[in-house]
Ligand binder design. Structure first.
Ligand code: PLP
Length: 359
């Protein structure tokens, strides 16, 4: 069967070679006579998958040894709760750069006794431009940012400084696609379903001194319990961890994050240049704040956008519809999205423009 060009914001495209490997190993993993899905999470076969996944991620992101890597469930959305529950002692700071930051803020506000301050926001400009993030004093327990705003298409590619206050990042939609220095952060979290693999897995990278700050938390929501049990307090999402391990191997073979970032920059630049050069399409995002992974564009006419999306779909380019809250189109170009797919989109954009402009 032919594969489509899948521009989905997540769950997103995975490399064919990874899917083929999964297919090949599906019935009998390493001659065990069992699928990975059937392996006990306490078996040595699964334990080595988990160990490999962790060490590959450590290598790819150059994670220092004073950080724990946790493989959890509940999505990035559960981290909106776990984070303030574990790290929020009195007062926490949030930067509001879009729908997902807003959700993180709302969940932190539900934690009893915690004061949540929004220290910077781009709401006034419809989340089209990164706000300036002020330094906060040490009475704050952390500063939370969203490094990439999946829906609005903005990103902090250079992270704001937070002084001695730990910087925390929701990196769901650009983890492993741009180089970040882990030691700039106290904690990083990401849902897996964009650059890491299938949904069902959430990765948390947390500095060890930030674990165990609060006592008597519900066990499943306590970073300390998860860390002390090697992410296996209960049954972990074994298949998703296995697929993530294969994705990490794939990325490492490509040369790691620095190499894929070059390719991601090239893919994004090609698309932004096409948008800039056109008289039909427009980017709603400020030039200095543009994401490499989620690229929204509009014609300014909702009917025209619909027609564009429909015709693109007929050509095997799917999931180009912008998020329902912003409309227009959005091309998500995660690590596994091929350069040829971007070329195909650009050709179609030019063809469509020529047709509607009657050139
Ligand atoms: C930046 C960001 N944060 C959080 C989420 C929520 O993730 P999950 O569905 O894993 O809870 C998403 C999902 O797309 C996202 O893009």
């Amino acid at each position: 069967m032919d594969r489509v060009y899948n521009f989905s914001a997540g769950p997103a495209v995975m490399p064919v070679t990874v899917l083929q490997k999964i297919q090949k190993e599906l019935l009998s993993y390493q001659d065990s006579g069992m699928s990975v899905m059937e392996l006990s999470h306490r078996s040595s076969l699964f334990q080595s998958i988990l160990n490999d996944a962790e060490s590959l991620l450590r290598e790819l992101m150059d994670i220092p040894s004073n950080y724990e890597v946790l493989f959890l469930q509940g999505g990035a959305s559960l981290q909106f709760t776990m984070l303030p529950m574990n790290l929020g002692k009195a007062k926490v700071a949030y930067v509001n750069t879009g729908s997902w930051s807003q959700k993180a803020i709302e969940e932190a506000e539900k934690i009893n006794g915690l004061t949540v301050e929004v220290i910077a926001s781009s709401k006034e400009n419809q989340f089209s431009k990164n706000p300036v993030v002020p330094l906060v004093d040490e009475t704050f327990d952390y500063v939370h940012i969203t490094t990439n705003n999946t829906i609005e298409g903005t990103a902090f590619l250079d992270v704001p400084t937070s002084g001695d206050v730990p910087l925390v990042a929701d990196m769901s939609s650009n983890i492993l696609s741009s180089s970040y220095k882990v030691s700039d952060f106290g904690l990083i979290y990401a849902g897996a379903q964009k650059n890491i693999g299938p949904s069902g897995l959430t990765v948390v990278i947390v500095r060890k001194d930030l674990i165990g700050l609060k006592e008597n938390l519900p066990v499943m929501l306590d970073y300390k319990v998860q860390a002390d049990n090697g992410s296996m307090y209960n049954t972990p999402p074994t298949f998703a961890i296995y697929a993530a391990k294969l994705m990490f191997e794939w990325l490492q073979e490509l040369g790691g994050v620095a190499e894929i970032e070059k390719l991601n920059r090239k893919k994004a630049a090609m698309l932004y240049e096409t948008i800039e050069a056109s008289k039909l399409y427009r980017s709603p995002v400020d030039k200095g704040s543009r994401s490499l992974t989620n690229i929204p564009f509009v014609t300014g006419d909702a009917e025209m956008d619909k027609l564009f999306i429909k015709q693109a779909e007929n050509k095997g380019m799917i999931n180009l519809k912008g998020h329902r809250s912003v409309g227009g189109m959005r091309a998500s170009l995660y690590n596994a999205f091929p350069l040829e797919g971007v070329e195909e989109l650009i050709n179609f954009m030019k063809e469509f423009e020529a047709k509607v402009k009657g050139d």
